[in-house]
Ligand binder design. Sequence first.
Ligand code: CA
Length: 236
Amino acid sequence: MLCLVSDFKLNVSKIAVIMRILLVEDDLPLAQGLQISLRHEGFVVDHVSCGKGALAALSYPDHDMAILDLGLPDIDGLKVLEQVRNKKLSLPIIILTARDTIDEKVQGLDLGADDYLVKPFELSELIARLRVIERRLGTANSAIIKIKQVQMDTAAHKVKLDQQDITLSKKEYMVLKTLMENAGRIQSREQIESRLYEWGEEIASNAVEVHISNLRKKLPEQFIQTIRGVGYTVNV
Ligand code: CA
């Protein structure tokens, strides 16, 4: 069975600030395209094209995260995920799947995937999710999150719109930070509220709606989108 392991060199010393990704994908044109694009974004990407290759590669602690296709030629991606988690490896894993069924997504998340993307997906969406993981791991090169005309400096706690500083209350800032850090993903009202509770204050039942409404007056129209009955999102 063909099992390509390209550009995979063990014992390459890891450069602390650069996130090293293992890409597990048997669709070679897709894999090569992703490698080029992700390298262009500043990630280090190693590629394997089968489950056995993935398990071999992940038996070394060289990667900060993995992008895992579910439809692999030898071992089902979900099985790979299960084996990785059984070994108690905590590395973040984003699942790529052509199988657009709720069951498999749920199964993947139950098995410990951090996120999933359904093929075909937008590259910008994958990159946004990688950035979320990068920030979580603390390997981000910069504290700056830039989405469209809005730029947030999470170190200085400042937000700019079209290069101009805008003034936000502490809570508005927290709400916006939650949305921008999770760009491309929907945040429920409860998720946003839980970030506000970190400040240890009483929250009015409509607090999130009020902050979102105030933020919208200061940000471009449609920057924060309401997903009816689910929550809010900022798209990249
Ligand atoms: Ca596949």
